[in-house]
Design a protein around this ligand. Sequence first.
Ligand SMILES: *[C@@H]1O[C@H](CO)[C@@H](O)[C@H](O)[C@H]1NC(C)=O
Ligand SMILES: *[C@@H]1O[C@H](CO)[C@@H](O)[C@H](O)[C@H]1NC(C)=O
Ligand SMILES: [Cu+2]
Length: 777
Amino acid sequence: MFKVTKMDTIKFNHLLSCLITFSVIIEQASGQNCMINSVLCTFDLSDPVDPPVFHDLTKAEIKSVQNYLYSQPHLRLIHPKHANISTSFIFGMEVFLPPKREVLQYMNSIIPIDKPPRAALVTIFRGDIFPPAVEEHIVFPLPWPTQHRLHRSIPYHLRPYSTIEFLKISDFLARSADRVLRQIMLEMFDGRTIGCGNKCLGFFFVSAMGPTVTKIPGARKTWYWMHQIVEFSMLNPVDFAILLNENDGMYAIEKVYFNNMYFSSLNEFAIHYQNPTFPKIRVPFPTDNDFVFSRPQRRGHLFPDVPVSPPRQVEPEGKRYCVRHQEVKYMNWKFNFRLSPSQGPRIYNVRYIDKLIVYELALQDIAVFYSGAEPQHKYANFFDSSFLIGANLEGMVPGVDCPTGATFIDTHVVVGNSIKPLKLRNAFCVFEQNTGDPLRRHMSTKYGYGVFFEGAPSNVLILRTIVTISNYDYTVDFIFHQNGVLQTKVVPTGFILPSMFTKNNWSKYGFRLNNKLVGNLHHHAFNFKVDIDINGQHNRYETMDIVLDETNHPSSSDPFDVWYQSRIRRSVKKTEAESLLKFNFDQPKYHIFYNNNMKSPEGNDMAYRLVNKGMSKSILPEGIGNEGTGAWMRYQLAVTRRKETEPTSSSVYSAFGSYNPVVNFKTFYSDNENILDKDLVAWVTMGTHHIPHTEDLPMTHTPGLDLSFFLSPFNYFPEDPGMGSRDSVRIEPVDKRNLRRGIKVDKQTFPEKMQCKAPIGNYYEHILKRPDLIFEM
Ligand SMILES: *[C@@H]1O[C@H](CO)[C@@H](O)[C@H](O)[C@H]1NC(C)=O
Ligand SMILES: *[C@@H]1O[C@H](CO)[C@@H](O)[C@H](O)[C@H]1NC(C)=O
Ligand SMILES: [Cu+2]
């Protein structure tokens, strides 16, 4: 069907002015392409003039918020180009949603009423005031704001990382190291931090040392760790790190770490280095060529024997879903989605056959807690929202990250040292996919059972983002199944963060991966907010405990003989404390949510069940170090009463922790409120412990690492709503008693009659012409 007609090779300059050859196969097909758009509804991926309630800030809204704020003299805002940490500048902004009550009123009103006004939550760094602070302001109404009010003010030492500060810090570190250690770095690490040509050494942020770690109120210190800058830098560390005190924008080196030794300054390190007994090490600079182990590139035993194209999905009669202003319709499903620049993807107003199931399903934070012998790993407790999960989206590549024919959606954010709203290209993709599995099937060939085959293929709609936080990439999928099941799935990939092999006590923390690396043990954890609304907002959370049942044994001659089986013991949770789940294998149970006033004709509670198939256990003691900042990691499920004042379980202020975190999830449940027949939120935590192994080099592959939780109807429908799928197939004899009269096939769709060509992606052509569409130059 496809012919390789042209092998096109171009070259372009890449960061650090190394030349990279980029080869691409451009496909061309003859004949008519299949329909690209939906046959069922219309697509509109443009920025709307009148955005729906859940829509991200549009480019026009961002600009008008900026114009409004820059005209407020008391904010003393400085253009980000000229800003520094001692001035006032806009760090970021996102849509500030109206209260749920107002949104529901608007959505449920029979007569049309005004849409609740839109507002923006703007984060402003106020280095210009005393004491300095991070201020969050609500700016409203959009699109033409006339007012703003202070939402909260956060101590400046808890501020998240900003490009403006990072640039200054890397410059400070590079200059300091070059001034004192130029010769030493050349000798040991074969490179320089300044004027380095193609042998550059760079510092990467690793471990935040806030008040909870240092036990010093107001502390803001960070370990920066030296790497050889070669593809991929994180796999080329040297065992050298600097602890920087960065509390008030006056940067000071507090400690220097090298090879299991600590020094109080670069000078002290330099003096010790001159001692003939100093344990010098030599790490040659890797040549940046095809043979560098850390460069991910096709190699090894190639397969298949010759290049043959892989299978590809086609949509023979066009798309069966549509996307319009961040709203998706697919089969019986309907939902809105958006990207929080700080916390990442979220979906809202999820409905099945028009009935609300979930008001909000939102990623809250991604944490990675490392272990190691050296300070870089020992204290590396990452809360990725402090790096801005959403604003870090790097865009997805059709044909690899999502199918070629997927619908790609851009969004706009305000970041770093630019005033122009940044377009995040291919931030989301939406596609329908045939998973290749049956959604259901049964084959009955014997007369005694009835003779038939009935089955339906599993076709699902997926809304996907892939967030890249430094070395790791996380695929976040919301998967809509035809039978009313909603799956949320996270899959890690990307690079591990290993340490350099030294004579240190490393073996407790990982395995030696090659002559220079040890892969450090770490724990990935993901938290999601699930604002479940089953038949309204008055919901119960109940567990159905599977417990031992002792019954009598009628067929036994001994009247005291006992027969064991299992039984269901229903346990309605009345308080938040009762809802906290620490998974126990000895206590199997279902977790269900329902409205107690809505019974099915059979008298059952019409419920949805939450199934967490991605559980892991955090073994850290509670409340010590950074654990307390991520209190959500303690439970695989916690159910709390929904409050407008508890919108998220984490915040961009988590990195430096605090004795009193800005958002402390513990306070969500420790007030132990009544949760009986209330508007409930389920906080779901998934995770995985990762012991890196040699096959994590050069990159971590995805199979087996996927973590999912499901929301499944449970006595909610009278029977499986998936029976309505027109994708199903039934085969049966014309006459059940006489096969010779033939069989009949009941089928409504005929993809096998497809005459058209699958749509061809033109992504590679685009980026060949416009390299800036994919890389930051
Ligand atoms: C920060 O910027 C302000 C205004 O441009 C300037 O007056 C000040 O000297 C700068 N401070 C630092 C530490 O660079
Ligand atoms: C290894 O650990 C032991 C005990 O924890 C310590 O005494 C020893 O100095 C360590 N060795 C190195 C090389 O760090
Ligand atoms: Cu990992």
